[in-house]
Write a new protein. Sequence first.
Length: 305
Amino acid sequence: MDRRVAGLDGVARVRRFMQSDQQIVHEGARKRATVVGLDYPTDAGGWVTLARGRPLATGRQEVIADESLGLAIGDRIELARDRYEVVGLARGMVSAMGDGLIFVSINDALDITRRKASEEIRLGRAAAGLDEVPSDSKIAAIIVDLEPGADKAALVRAVASWGDANILSTAEQRDLFLNQRLWRLRVQVLAFTAVLLVVTAVVMSLIVYTMTLEKLPQISLLKLIGARDRHIYGLIVQQALMIGLGGYALGVAVAYLVFPLFPRRIVLDPLDLAAMLGVVLVIGLAAAQLGVRRAMQAKPQDVLS
Protein backbone atom coordinates (compact mmCIF):
# COMPACT_ATOMS: atom_id res chain seq x y z
CA MET A 1 0.00 0.00 0.00
CA ASP A 2 2.72 2.50 0.91
CA ARG A 3 4.50 1.90 -2.40
CA ARG A 4 1.29 2.48 -4.33
CA VAL A 5 0.68 5.76 -2.51
CA ALA A 6 4.30 6.87 -3.00
CA GLY A 7 3.86 6.50 -6.76
CA LEU A 8 1.01 9.03 -6.96
CA ASP A 9 1.58 12.53 -8.30
CA GLY A 10 2.15 15.21 -5.66
CA VAL A 11 3.23 12.85 -2.86
CA ALA A 12 6.38 14.08 -1.08
CA ARG A 13 6.72 11.49 1.69
CA VAL A 14 4.94 8.33 2.81
CA ARG A 15 5.13 6.87 6.32
CA ARG A 16 3.61 3.66 7.62
CA PHE A 17 1.75 3.88 10.93
CA MET A 18 0.45 1.40 13.46
CA GLN A 19 -0.62 1.50 17.10
CA SER A 20 -1.40 -1.15 19.70
CA ASP A 21 -2.03 -1.38 23.44
CA GLN A 22 0.63 -3.36 25.28
CA GLN A 23 2.04 -4.05 28.72
CA ILE A 24 5.63 -3.20 29.53
CA VAL A 25 7.72 -4.62 32.36
CA HIS A 26 10.20 -2.37 34.17
CA GLU A 27 12.00 -3.48 37.31
CA GLY A 28 9.40 -6.20 37.87
CA ALA A 29 6.43 -3.83 37.61
CA ARG A 30 3.90 -4.04 34.79
CA LYS A 31 2.59 -0.87 33.19
CA ARG A 32 0.04 -0.29 30.46
CA ALA A 33 1.23 1.69 27.43
CA THR A 34 0.28 2.38 23.82
CA VAL A 35 2.97 1.39 21.33
CA VAL A 36 3.27 3.55 18.20
CA GLY A 37 5.33 2.37 15.25
CA LEU A 38 7.52 4.95 13.48
CA ASP A 39 8.51 4.25 9.89
CA TYR A 40 12.26 4.39 10.58
CA PRO A 41 14.48 5.71 8.98
CA THR A 42 11.96 7.92 7.13
CA ASP A 43 10.49 8.90 10.48
CA ALA A 44 12.83 8.75 13.48
CA GLY A 45 10.47 10.63 15.80
CA GLY A 46 11.88 14.10 15.27
CA TRP A 47 8.36 15.56 15.52
CA VAL A 48 7.80 14.07 18.99
CA THR A 49 7.85 16.64 21.81
CA LEU A 50 11.01 15.55 23.62
CA ALA A 51 11.71 16.62 27.20
CA ARG A 52 15.05 14.81 27.30
CA GLY A 53 17.04 12.43 25.14
CA ARG A 54 17.01 11.99 21.37
CA PRO A 55 14.96 10.46 18.54
CA LEU A 56 15.55 6.91 17.33
CA ALA A 57 19.04 6.32 15.94
CA THR A 58 18.66 2.66 15.00
CA GLY A 59 15.80 0.58 13.71
CA ARG A 60 15.88 -1.94 16.54
CA GLN A 61 15.57 -2.11 20.34
CA GLU A 62 15.20 1.64 21.00
CA VAL A 63 12.13 3.43 22.35
CA ILE A 64 10.94 6.95 23.07
CA ALA A 65 8.63 6.86 26.11
CA ASP A 66 6.28 9.44 27.60
CA GLU A 67 7.25 10.90 30.97
CA SER A 68 4.00 9.66 32.54
CA LEU A 69 5.34 6.08 32.44
CA GLY A 70 7.99 6.96 35.03
CA LEU A 71 10.96 5.82 32.98
CA ALA A 72 14.40 7.41 32.68
CA ILE A 73 16.98 7.70 29.92
CA GLY A 74 18.96 4.48 29.72
CA ASP A 75 16.31 2.30 31.38
CA ARG A 76 15.69 -1.06 29.80
CA ILE A 77 12.13 -2.34 29.56
CA GLU A 78 10.69 -5.69 28.55
CA LEU A 79 8.13 -5.56 25.77
CA ALA A 80 6.78 -8.69 24.08
CA ARG A 81 9.60 -10.77 25.57
CA ASP A 82 12.29 -8.47 24.13
CA ARG A 83 14.30 -5.79 25.91
CA TYR A 84 14.36 -2.20 24.69
CA GLU A 85 16.45 0.79 25.76
CA VAL A 86 14.82 4.15 26.51
CA VAL A 87 16.66 6.80 24.46
CA GLY A 88 14.17 9.67 24.70
CA LEU A 89 11.46 10.99 27.02
CA ALA A 90 8.43 12.69 25.50
CA ARG A 91 6.14 15.18 27.19
CA GLY A 92 2.36 15.23 26.87
CA MET A 93 2.25 12.27 24.47
CA VAL A 94 -0.65 10.10 25.69
CA SER A 95 -3.40 8.12 24.00
CA ALA A 96 -7.11 8.94 24.06
CA MET A 97 -7.45 6.64 27.08
CA GLY A 98 -4.67 8.42 28.97
CA ASP A 99 -2.01 5.73 28.51
CA GLY A 100 1.53 6.93 27.90
CA LEU A 101 2.85 6.47 24.37
CA ILE A 102 5.94 4.44 23.51
CA PHE A 103 7.49 5.06 20.09
CA VAL A 104 9.42 2.25 18.42
CA SER A 105 10.46 1.52 14.85
CA ILE A 106 7.78 0.07 12.59
CA ASN A 107 9.64 -3.25 12.39
CA ASP A 108 9.77 -3.53 16.17
CA ALA A 109 6.07 -2.62 16.35
CA LEU A 110 5.20 -5.41 13.91
CA ASP A 111 7.23 -7.91 15.94
CA ILE A 112 5.56 -6.78 19.16
CA THR A 113 2.03 -7.29 17.81
CA ARG A 114 2.93 -10.70 16.36
CA ARG A 115 4.22 -12.05 19.65
CA LYS A 116 1.54 -13.03 22.11
CA ALA A 117 1.94 -14.19 25.66
CA SER A 118 1.65 -17.93 26.20
CA GLU A 119 -1.55 -17.47 28.23
CA GLU A 120 -3.11 -15.40 25.44
CA ILE A 121 -2.21 -18.05 22.87
CA ARG A 122 -3.74 -20.85 24.94
CA LEU A 123 -6.92 -18.88 25.61
CA GLY A 124 -7.21 -17.99 21.93
CA ARG A 125 -6.82 -21.59 20.87
CA ALA A 126 -9.36 -22.79 23.40
CA ALA A 127 -11.91 -20.17 22.35
CA ALA A 128 -11.50 -20.77 18.62
CA GLY A 129 -10.90 -24.50 18.77
CA LEU A 130 -7.77 -24.11 16.64
CA ASP A 131 -4.24 -25.37 16.89
CA GLU A 132 -2.90 -21.95 15.89
CA VAL A 133 -4.07 -18.40 16.46
CA PRO A 134 -3.67 -16.13 13.45
CA SER A 135 -1.74 -12.90 13.96
CA ASP A 136 -3.72 -9.65 13.72
CA SER A 137 -0.66 -7.44 13.22
CA LYS A 138 -0.90 -5.09 10.28
CA ILE A 139 -0.15 -1.55 9.20
CA ALA A 140 -3.06 0.59 10.42
CA ALA A 141 -2.60 3.58 8.11
CA ILE A 142 -0.32 5.39 5.70
CA ILE A 143 0.59 9.00 6.54
CA VAL A 144 1.10 11.10 3.41
CA ASP A 145 2.88 14.46 3.12
CA LEU A 146 2.08 16.36 -0.08
CA GLU A 147 4.35 18.53 -2.17
CA PRO A 148 3.59 22.28 -2.28
CA GLY A 149 0.82 22.97 -4.78
CA ALA A 150 -0.24 19.32 -5.07
CA ASP A 151 -3.78 18.60 -6.25
CA LYS A 152 -5.46 17.13 -3.16
CA ALA A 153 -8.73 16.41 -4.95
CA ALA A 154 -6.97 14.39 -7.64
CA LEU A 155 -5.12 12.39 -4.99
CA VAL A 156 -8.38 11.63 -3.15
CA ARG A 157 -10.03 10.46 -6.36
CA ALA A 158 -7.05 8.26 -7.21
CA VAL A 159 -7.06 6.51 -3.83
CA ALA A 160 -10.85 6.16 -3.81
CA SER A 161 -10.72 4.43 -7.20
CA TRP A 162 -8.66 1.57 -5.74
CA GLY A 163 -11.63 0.30 -3.76
CA ASP A 164 -9.56 -1.09 -0.86
CA ALA A 165 -8.47 2.18 0.76
CA ASN A 166 -9.90 5.40 2.14
CA ILE A 167 -8.22 8.77 2.59
CA LEU A 168 -8.80 11.39 5.29
CA SER A 169 -7.34 14.86 5.59
CA THR A 170 -6.00 16.20 8.89
CA ALA A 171 -9.19 18.23 9.41
CA GLU A 172 -11.37 15.18 8.74
CA GLN A 173 -9.36 13.07 11.19
CA ARG A 174 -9.73 15.75 13.85
CA ASP A 175 -13.48 15.96 13.23
CA LEU A 176 -13.79 12.16 13.34
CA PHE A 177 -11.95 11.99 16.65
CA LEU A 178 -13.65 14.91 18.41
CA ASN A 179 -17.20 14.72 17.06
CA GLN A 180 -17.62 10.95 16.92
CA ARG A 181 -15.20 9.05 19.12
CA LEU A 182 -15.19 11.61 21.92
CA TRP A 183 -18.75 12.89 21.40
CA ARG A 184 -20.29 11.28 24.50
CA LEU A 185 -17.39 12.39 26.66
CA ARG A 186 -17.74 15.95 25.37
CA VAL A 187 -21.47 15.94 26.14
CA GLN A 188 -20.78 14.73 29.68
CA VAL A 189 -18.17 17.44 30.23
CA LEU A 190 -20.54 20.07 28.80
CA ALA A 191 -23.37 18.96 31.10
CA PHE A 192 -21.05 19.00 34.11
CA THR A 193 -19.80 22.47 33.16
CA ALA A 194 -23.37 23.76 32.77
CA VAL A 195 -24.29 22.52 36.26
CA LEU A 196 -21.19 24.18 37.72
CA LEU A 197 -22.03 27.48 36.02
CA VAL A 198 -25.58 27.41 37.41
CA VAL A 199 -24.25 26.71 40.91
CA THR A 200 -21.69 29.49 40.47
CA ALA A 201 -24.42 31.96 39.49
CA VAL A 202 -26.51 31.04 42.55
CA VAL A 203 -23.55 31.30 44.95
CA MET A 204 -22.42 34.64 43.51
CA SER A 205 -25.96 36.01 43.74
CA LEU A 206 -26.18 35.04 47.42
CA ILE A 207 -22.75 36.53 48.15
CA VAL A 208 -23.55 39.84 46.46
CA TYR A 209 -26.99 39.98 48.10
CA THR A 210 -25.52 39.32 51.56
CA MET A 211 -22.83 41.97 51.07
CA THR A 212 -25.51 44.42 49.91
CA LEU A 213 -27.58 43.77 53.06
CA GLU A 214 -24.52 44.52 55.19
CA LYS A 215 -24.03 47.83 53.37
CA LEU A 216 -27.64 49.05 53.46
CA PRO A 217 -26.85 51.79 56.04
CA GLN A 218 -24.05 53.11 53.81
CA ILE A 219 -26.31 52.93 50.75
CA SER A 220 -29.02 54.88 52.58
CA LEU A 221 -26.42 57.46 53.58
CA LEU A 222 -25.31 57.82 49.95
CA LYS A 223 -28.90 58.43 48.92
CA LEU A 224 -29.31 60.94 51.73
CA ILE A 225 -26.37 63.02 50.49
CA GLY A 226 -27.70 62.96 46.93
CA ALA A 227 -25.98 60.01 45.23
CA ARG A 228 -27.76 58.85 42.10
CA ASP A 229 -29.13 55.36 41.70
CA ARG A 230 -26.82 54.64 38.77
CA HIS A 231 -23.81 55.36 41.01
CA ILE A 232 -25.03 52.81 43.57
CA TYR A 233 -25.82 50.39 40.74
CA GLY A 234 -22.27 50.76 39.44
CA LEU A 235 -20.75 50.05 42.85
CA ILE A 236 -22.69 46.80 43.25
CA VAL A 237 -21.92 45.65 39.70
CA GLN A 238 -18.22 46.40 40.21
CA GLN A 239 -18.29 44.35 43.39
CA ALA A 240 -19.88 41.38 41.59
CA LEU A 241 -17.45 41.59 38.67
CA MET A 242 -14.45 41.73 41.00
CA ILE A 243 -15.66 38.57 42.74
CA GLY A 244 -16.14 36.84 39.38
CA LEU A 245 -12.78 37.93 37.95
CA GLY A 246 -10.99 36.93 41.15
CA GLY A 247 -12.54 33.47 41.03
CA TYR A 248 -11.73 33.17 37.32
CA ALA A 249 -8.07 34.10 37.83
CA LEU A 250 -7.75 31.66 40.73
CA GLY A 251 -9.42 28.89 38.72
CA VAL A 252 -7.11 29.36 35.71
CA ALA A 253 -4.04 29.40 37.96
CA VAL A 254 -5.11 26.19 39.70
CA ALA A 255 -5.88 24.59 36.32
CA TYR A 256 -2.38 25.28 35.00
CA LEU A 257 -0.93 23.73 38.17
CA VAL A 258 -3.21 20.68 38.38
CA PHE A 259 -3.90 19.72 34.75
CA PRO A 260 -0.33 18.47 34.10
CA LEU A 261 -0.95 15.87 36.82
CA PHE A 262 -3.99 14.41 35.02
CA PRO A 263 -3.49 11.09 33.16
CA ARG A 264 -5.05 12.53 30.01
CA ARG A 265 -3.67 15.54 28.23
CA ILE A 266 -5.77 18.67 28.80
CA VAL A 267 -5.23 21.68 26.56
CA LEU A 268 -6.38 25.15 27.65
CA ASP A 269 -7.23 26.80 24.36
CA PRO A 270 -7.06 30.64 24.38
CA LEU A 271 -10.46 30.85 22.68
CA ASP A 272 -12.00 28.60 25.34
CA LEU A 273 -10.46 30.72 28.10
CA ALA A 274 -11.83 33.88 26.46
CA ALA A 275 -15.29 32.31 26.14
CA MET A 276 -15.24 31.25 29.79
CA LEU A 277 -14.20 34.77 30.79
CA GLY A 278 -17.20 36.12 28.89
CA VAL A 279 -19.50 33.65 30.67
CA VAL A 280 -18.07 34.69 34.05
CA LEU A 281 -18.71 38.36 33.27
CA VAL A 282 -22.30 37.60 32.27
CA ILE A 283 -22.80 35.60 35.47
CA GLY A 284 -21.35 38.49 37.47
CA LEU A 285 -23.78 40.96 35.88
CA ALA A 286 -26.71 38.61 36.49
CA ALA A 287 -25.66 37.95 40.09
CA ALA A 288 -25.51 41.70 40.79
CA GLN A 289 -29.17 42.22 39.89
CA LEU A 290 -30.48 40.68 43.12
CA GLY A 291 -28.31 42.99 45.20
CA VAL A 292 -29.18 46.00 43.03
CA ARG A 293 -32.89 45.33 43.47
CA ARG A 294 -32.51 45.29 47.26
CA ALA A 295 -30.33 48.41 47.23
CA MET A 296 -32.89 50.34 45.20
CA GLN A 297 -35.47 49.60 47.92
CA ALA A 298 -33.34 51.32 50.56
CA LYS A 299 -34.64 54.76 51.59
CA PRO A 300 -32.54 57.77 52.64
CA GLN A 301 -34.38 58.09 55.96
CA ASP A 302 -33.43 54.53 56.92
CA VAL A 303 -29.99 55.79 57.93
CA LEU A 304 -31.62 57.92 60.67
CA SER A 305 -33.22 54.86 62.21
